[in-house]
Design a binder for this molecule. Structure first.
Ligand code: GLN
Length: 540
């Protein structure tokens, strides 16, 4: 079959679920037996997501091959159960960087290099490369932002040009929003009509419109959208708010989105089997018992609002693990700064079944997190430290158990007397040159687990691969001292002898990992370390 390309664009406003839409279509087409891949194109000038502040952009997701991507790549991986790569994420910055490098290398043979067509052409060649490398029947391309923004016009232009060359292989989806203003009491289609018109101005006629709204779209409105947006009423897919993102593939399947896509691309009908997914979704819906997990972080306050986007993979991993143990998750956000001075506040921590300290950078909130870790250690509260969370657990242990009162990380204090967390050797020069972009220890690395540990009990194997994103590590000069104090080095990188996992023996579950297990958790195959952590939290 000739490769097909489906562009997913967004209308009216951001945050209405283009990523989940793309991930859901990925799932449905895969279950019809096709090979699928998905790509996110972000309109940022940043070359990748690694230099973006999570409060502004949400979590930075990391692939096996070390790409620092938008969080949607995580959604694609979770819904498709596939590992994606550098090919699957593109930004304006990356496209321009490539074109400028090519120009400097005389690869355009002396031609004037122009925004059009060279930028869309480079975009098209990247889209095709992603399809080729994945050997995919379908390439889904999610264009970040909303139609009508100046920023993503060149990507729409790339989409239009691909359609012009082979209209039978390219499809356009518009994910739009239908508000129901309280004072009006009716679902309004005009913003969607306008979004469609903007897309038309870019030379694109959507083939399918996904109507996001708090309620299902009725027949009358489907017909209205059909008339004003120039599409068949059956191509208006109703996407009401769902109880969980994992219900969305089932909702789309009921609306026959797969059938519409195949029909429009001239492909024969094909059955799909979503039984396993359906079973999983209905099981989750019926869960009654809850497990209460606190996440102590600092990337969730923006103005008067609390956003959880910065820790999305951690949240999903907690959900997957809890659901697999027949519990609903109750996640509580705790701002680390609160525990900085107010030691009394620490007492609240015992109200939670388990505590997670996720990844992070910089000094803000650090001492608060260390205080929480000390409380968890001393009060037998299940604790999971992820990357920075692990480093802080080592600092806490060094200070309060090994009596190295001035222990710290050189990330927070360059000249600290006891740098139990040190800069990795190869990172030293990188930081001196301020060469920050894409230079951390990134992607998948091996770890060997000691069979006499809790981590081994969780993973049930000695050799694992996990994804990383950090510059600092446990200082091997302090290893002996820490082990004498009772810290268990449960896993190390076999090649470079870096500490990857630490544990404490006399504690129900106190584990810190230098990597990010959350990136590899999937709804139907939850991450073993999270499962073990949640199991102990439930027991508590
Ligand atoms: N800031 C720490 C480091 O660079 C931890 C990074 C993280 O949590 N991802 O090593």
């Amino acid at each position: 079959m000739k490769q097909k390309f489906i562009f997913i664009t967004g209308g009216v406003m951001s945050g209405i679920g283009k990523g989940i839409t793309t991930a859901s279509i990925f799932h449905i087409l895969q279950k019809k037996g096709y090979k699928v891949t998905a790509m996110k194109i972000d309109p940022y000038v940043n070359v990748d997501a690694g230099t973006m502040n999570p409060v502004e952009h949400g979590e930075i997701f990391v692939t096996d091959d070390g790409a620092e991507c938008d969080q949607d790549i995580g959604n694609y991986e979770r819904f498709s159960e596939k590992n994606l790569s550098k090919d699957n994420y593109l930004t304006t910055g990356k496209v321009y960087q490539t074109v400028i490098t090519k120009e400097r290398n005389l690869e355009y043979n002396g031609k004037c290099v122009e925004v059009v067509p060279h930028i869309p052409n480079e975009t098209i060649s990247r889209i095709k490369k992603a399809g080729r490398n994945a050997d995919a029947d379908f390439v889904l391309i999610e264009i970040g932002g909303t139609v009508g923004e100046y920023q993503n016009l060149l990507f729409l232009e790339a989409a239009r040009m691909m359609h012009l060359k082979s209209p039978q292989d390219v499809l356009f989806l518009l994910v739009s929003y239908l508000p129901i203003p309280k004072t009006v009491g009716e679902m309004k289609t005009k913003p969607t009509q306008n979004a469609n018109r903007i897309l038309n101005e870019a030379g694109i006629q959507p083939d399918i419109i996904i109507g996001r709204a708090s309620h299902p779209i009725d027949k009358a409105r489907k017909e209205k959208i059909s008339t004003f947006c120039n599409i068949d009423p059956d191509d208006v897919i109703s996407a009401p708010d769902a109880g969980s993102i994992y219900e969305v593939p089932l909702i789309f399947n009921n609306e026959k989105i797969g059938e519409r896509i195949l029909k429009k691309l001239g492909l024969p009908k094909k059955k799909n089997n979503l039984d396993k997914w359906e079973e999983f979704v209905s099981r989750v819906k019926s869960l009654k018992k809850t497990v209460k997990i606190a996440i102590v972080g600092k990337y969730f306050e923006t103005g008067d609002f609390v956003l959880s986007d910065s820790y999305i993979s951690v949240i999903e991993a907690i959900k997957h693990a809890s659901w697999s143990l027949n519990h609903k998750e109750e996640i509580v956000w705790l701002s680390s700064e609160k525990y900085e001075k107010d030691k009394q506040a620490l007492k609240d921590i015992k109200n939670y079944d388990g505590v997670i300290i996720p990844g992070g950078f910089g000094t803000r909130g650090i001492e608060g997190k260390i205080n929480v870790i000390e409380y968890c250690r001393k009060n037998n509260i299940p604790f999971l430290g992820l990357c920075l969370g692990m480093q802080l657990a080592v600092i806490e242990f060094a200070r309060n158990v090994c009596n190295l009162k001035e222990a710290s990380s050189v990330e927070f204090d360059k000249n600290c007397p006891h740098p139990v967390i040190n800069i990795m050797e190869e990172q030293r020069g990188v930081l001196e040159k301020k060469n920050y972009g894409g230079t951390m220890r990134l992607g998948s690395y091996k770890c060997k687990i000691n069979p006499k540990t809790k981590s081994f009990k969780a993973y049930k194997k000695e050799d694992i691969d996990e994804r990383h994103r950090h510059r600092f590590e446990v200082n091997n000069d302090y290893r002996e001292k820490l082990e004498e104090g009772g810290l268990v080095i449960a896993g190390t990188n076999p090649k470079h002898d870096l500490v990857e996992i630490i544990e404490i023996k006399k504690h129900p579950f106190f584990v810190g990992v230098q990597f990010h297990p959350e990136y590899k958790s999937r709804p139907l195959s939850p991450h073993p370390l999270f499962v073990e952590f949640i199991r102990k939290s439930i027991q508590r």
